[in-house]
Ligand binder design. Structure first.
Ligand code: FES
Length: 109
């Protein structure tokens, strides 16, 4: 948690990264390239807020048609970059401010 909100920290596989990178931006409701959602040189690590952008429920990880998150409240589906792909959520899971302080440690905020 950070400032009372859940944060997802996900170490992505090569397959998950490639799937996220290969998506056409024109296929996205909230178009963002995977490269702008991770820190340069740290593509395996995705750090996002853990509240669905529909009504704020906490989506379930490693579920849904795109292998990212599935929000069972009303059916929003997020991909391995945390981008909205199906369902009512209007926007991607936001990225909190953070920085890598070493290869294995991040500081949020
Ligand atoms: Fe996630 Fe409604 S709160 S789909």
């Amino acid at each position: 948690f950070w400032r009372g909100k859940p944060i997802f920290v996900r170490h992505r596989t090569e397959k998950e990264i490639k799937e996220a990178q290969d998506v056409q931006l024109s296929d996205l409701r909230d178009p963002e390239a995977d490269s702008v959602r991770v820190k340069e040189g740290h593509a395996p690590w995705l750090i996002v807020y853990g509240n669905c952008t529909h009504l704020g429920c906490i989506p379930l990880g490693n579920q849904g048609a795109y292998g990212g998150w599935f929000c069972p409240c009303h059916g929003s589906v997020f991909d391995t970059s945390g981008r909205i792909r199906q369902g009512p959520a209007p926007t991607n899971l936001p990225i909190p401010p953070y920085a890598f302080v070493s290869d294995t440690k991040i500081k949020i905020g």
